[in-house]
Design a protein around this ligand. Structure first.
Ligand SMILES: [Cu+2]
Length: 69
């Protein structure tokens, strides 16, 4: 199990936070996701044999938000 932190730009409210959490949570292999709206960060616990950071980033982009590296 890996824990990754990503910075996300474009989240303005609790709805955005919920959107991002759902998008990341729907990725197969994601075990847990927590989004901190004020810090603009997501903490993702994932199974590295099932997914990877690129897939998480793609899910965030697909939801309409920007991953800041
Ligand atoms: Cu919003």
């Amino acid at each position: 199990m890996d824990t990754e932190m990503i910075n996300i730009d474009g989240m303005m409210c609790g709805h955005c936070k919920a959107n991002v959490e759902k998008s990341i949570g729907d990725v197969a292999g994601v075990i847990e996701v927590k989004v901190d709206l004020e810090a603009k960060k997501a903490t993702v616990t994932l199974d590295p044999s099932a997914t990877n950071l690129d897939e998480i980033k793609a899910a965030v982009k697909d939801a309409g938000y920007k991953v800041v590296v």
